[in-house]
Write a protein that binds this ligand. Structure first.
Ligand SMILES: Nc1ncnc2c1ncn2[C@@H]1O[C@H](COP(=O)(O)OP(=O)(O)OP(=O)(O)O)[C@@H](O)[C@H]1O
Ligand SMILES: [Mg+2]
Ligand SMILES: [Zn+2]
Length: 428
């Protein structure tokens, strides 16, 4: 021992320590004489480490509990029941979506329990939804989003363009999810992206389109493919212009569930053509040719295959990443009647609530509702035009009723809907 080495008394354990090097007493303040010896610092370090482990274990338990709680809350039949409150019919779509959501959570739980598997053990099943305009695609997904606890973002695919073109880059879809996740990257990486109006990015040279080449849309599909395949997507914060030095946010899309949807107008013709060809090949051609009633849209749409989507103008690599095809049906008169009155947010209920505030009891004759449904069918926009048709009739009522505070009953008849007749107003 070198007698020149200073001896320091540790302020904590009070041991006398010979400080051969600064590491024997790593903390030493010569002015106050406060010191901590290496032993004490090691002890404190271990204490902190142990506590961290306990905390992490606790966090792990809490996250697992949260996933389990969600799994119990979003069993397929429960999701469907929830959707039934708002969406009439479309049972197949509701079932497919409820199962897809449930499996998404299960996959999340599996990945959480087996982090070493890299989450690839249970494969992701992205969904493609097809169905006529105004039949509930966007509505289904927006109600689903409200029910779920994981981030869910809807992006309009028709607004996306290939990088370098005017418009939004495909990264916007992930950026929307990032904001839906309150900027929490790990939550975002387990979220759901709904790409609406997906048919609008079909290749224009697809069989359904007569316009020639349109490289922009194919470029968007190629860019989307990267996202669907599971890649790290980089984007800048909202409102930040994209330039080389701008700080970026990185999100891995490997575990993000993608749902895409669109009306795919004309796909029924592609399907019908394929079916006719098949029948002809099998020698049934003449039989089909002789049939004068065309196969119905609903029957056709349920038979959509990946090849039909390809013919429509979606690149095969993308179709390969969307293994679940989900179809919605046309809404007939009875379905439209139910949509008018049954859902929680049904148009009739909405107008009744509005009128109630003016002490008015609003009633629609059964025939009036039927007339609304018939008009909607003529307009060929599914349920979308229902509210507008009622609104046309309700405008005058809503304008005139507040002239007095009397308690009244207003009855809308078929004549009001069809011929613009005045509704009956009685004092009650
Ligand atoms: N099956 C349904 N049950 C209840 N309401 C419906 C149903 N289908 C459509 N609606 C109502 O009609 C309106 C239009 O529907 P939605 O936006 O979902 O159509 P869409 O299928 O997305 O059509 P598009 O292909 O034109 O985008 C919504 O306000 C929705 O509330
Ligand atoms: Mg829509
Ligand atoms: Zn000490």
């Amino acid at each position: 021992m070198n007698s020149n080495d200073p001896t320091v008394t540790c302020s904590f354990c009070k041991r006398k320590v010979v400080a051969k090097t600064q590491y024997d007493v790593p903390i030493y303040d010569p002015r106050s004489g406060f010191s901590l010896c290496a032993n004490c610092i090691k002890d404190i370090y271990h204490l902190i480490e142990d506590h961290k482990e306990v905390e992490e274990a606790q966090q792990h338990i809490e996250t697992e509990k949260a996933i389990n709680d969600e799994l119990n809350r979003i069993k397929p039949h429960m999701v469907k029941e929830y959707l039934d409150q708002f969406i009439i019919n479309q049972d197949q779509a509701k079932k497919v979506l409820s199962v897809a959501i449930y499996n998404h959570y299960k996959r999340m739980k599996y990945g959480f329990q087996h982090p070493e598997d890299d989450g690839d053990e249970i494969e992701k099943s992205n969904v493609i939804i097809l169905g006529p305009s105004g039949c509930g695609k966007t509505a289904l997904l927006s109600h689903l989003a409200r029910m779920l606890d994981i981030p869910f973002a809807v992006t309009d695919a028709s607004s996306l363009t290939e990088a370098g073109f005017v418009g939004a880059d495909v990264e916007v879809a992930v950026r929307n999810l990032y904001y839906a996740a309150d900027k929490d990257i790990s939550r975002c990486e387990h979220g759901i992206i709904y790409l609406d109006e997906f048919d609008k990015i079909a290749r224009k040279s697809g069989e359904n389109n007569t316009i020639t080449a349109d490289p922009g849309h194919e470029g968007v599909q190629q860019a989307l493919l990267k996202m669907l395949e599971g890649n790290v997507v980089e984007f800048t914060a909202r409102g930040q212009r994209k330039h080389p030095e701008a700080p970026t946010i990185k999100v891995d899309t490997k575990n993000i569930l993608f749902i895409v949807g669109g009306a795919f107008v004309g796909i029924d013709k592609i399907i019908a053509k394929r079916l006719r060809k098949n029948d002809a090949n099998m020698g049934f051609g003449s039989k089909i040719e002789g049939k004068n009633d065309k196969p119905k849209f609903d029957e056709l749409i349920h038979q959509t295959t990946p090849e039909d989507l390809m013919k429509f103008g979606i690149i095969p690599e993308i179709i390969g990443r969307l293994p679940i095809i989900c179809t919605l049906e046309n809404l007939d008169e009875d379905a439209l009647l139910r949509i008018l009155t049954e859902p929680k947010n049904a148009p009739v209920k909405q107008y009744q609530k509005l009128m109630e505030m003016d002490n008015v009891q609003l009633e629609f004759d059964e025939e009036a509702l039927r007339a609304v449904a018939k008009k909607a069918i003529e307009r060929k926009t599914g349920a979308r035009s229902l509210k507008g048709i009622i609104e046309d009739t309700m405008l005058d009522v809503m304008f005139d009723i507040p002239r007095s505070d009397d308690t009244r009953r207003v009855t809308i008849t078929a004549d009001c809907i069809n011929n613009g007749a005045e509704p009956t107003i009685e004092k009650i």
